[in-house]
Design a protein around this ligand. Structure first.
Ligand SMILES: Nc1ncnc2c1ncn2[C@@H]1O[C@H](COP(=O)(O)OP(=O)(O)OP(=O)(O)O)[C@@H](O)[C@H]1O
Ligand SMILES: C[C@H](N)[C@H](N)CCCCCC(=O)O
Ligand SMILES: [Mg+2]
Length: 204
């Protein structure tokens, strides 16, 4: 199974959680569009001590910005048709930023999930404003008829926020990661073990 990891915005913990998910599910990792360096692929290697196979990006853009703009600066044209999965069947695919981040003047990051026919895992990091951003994302995914595997909450727990989001979400809460004192190979390994247990508990 392939999973597309998206979030309610940028800097939400997609790479950190993708590292743990890749370990937990014994999956390979792929970041199709990287904007700016250091690359998320390199971070995955570091956080998993090389235990996760990473596929090469399709695009590495120089500027840490929205891919549509980073591509324009590099004089590159990205199209959804540039991406294909071939026979890879156990991948964690990380988007860039949130769902409606443009990859060109017409297409968005989340169109990739649809194009690649993958289920989506949504990261919702807790901050004041995250309820609105999460519910809008859920609404969009529903409207676009995108298969949502579940939500992972990240960072400092906020039970009232998490509860109200789950009341409106028509999917499981996969996990609540919480705030990590340090993000390193050891803490990511421990997170991967908890994720694996939860995955089994959900009967997946
Ligand atoms: N649960 C957590 N506890 C502490 N720090 C975290 C946690 N999750 C993420 N971080 C930190 O937050 C920052 C952003 O995380 P990350 O790079 O995984 O975000 P991202 O969603 O992948 O961003 P991008 O959109 O650029 O790909 C990193 O410095 C990471 O170490
Ligand atoms: C460069 C950054 N780390 C991400 N890869 C891209 C984030 C784009 C966000 C665009 C936006 O929502 O305004
Ligand atoms: Mg990332």
């Amino acid at each position: 199974m392939n999973y597309f990891v998206t979030a309610i915005g940028t800097d939400s913990g997609k790479t950190v959680i993708s590292a743990a998910l890749s370990l937990a599910l014994n999956a390979k990792y792929w970041k199709p569009i990287q904007a700016g360096t250091p690359t998320d692929k390199d971070l995955i290697q570091r956080l998993t001590e090389g235990k996760v196979t990473t596929l090469p990006e399709r695009y590495v853009l120089n500027t840490p910005a929205s891919p549509h703009y980073a591509a324009e600066i590099d004089n590159v044209k990205i199209s959804i048709e540039d991406f294909s999965l071939q026979e890879e069947q156990n991948l964690i695919i990380e988007g860039a930023g949130g769902c409606l981040v443009p990859i060109n003047s017409k297409e968005f990051v989340i169109d990739l999930a649809k194009h690649l026919n993958t289920e989506v895992i949504l990261i919702s990091n807790n901050y004041l404003g995250s309820i609105n951003h999460t519910l809008l994302t859920l609404e969009y995914l529903k409207k676009a008829d995108i298969q949502l595997k579940g939500i992972i909450f990240n960072d400092t727990p906020n039970p009232s926020t998490e509860d109200i989001i789950m009341q409106h979400a028509n999917c499981p809460c996969i996990f609540k990661v919480g705030k990590m004192d340090t993000v390193n190979a050891e803490t990511v390994k421990s997170l991967s073990k908890s994720l694996k247990e939860r995955w089994n508990e959900l009967g997946w």
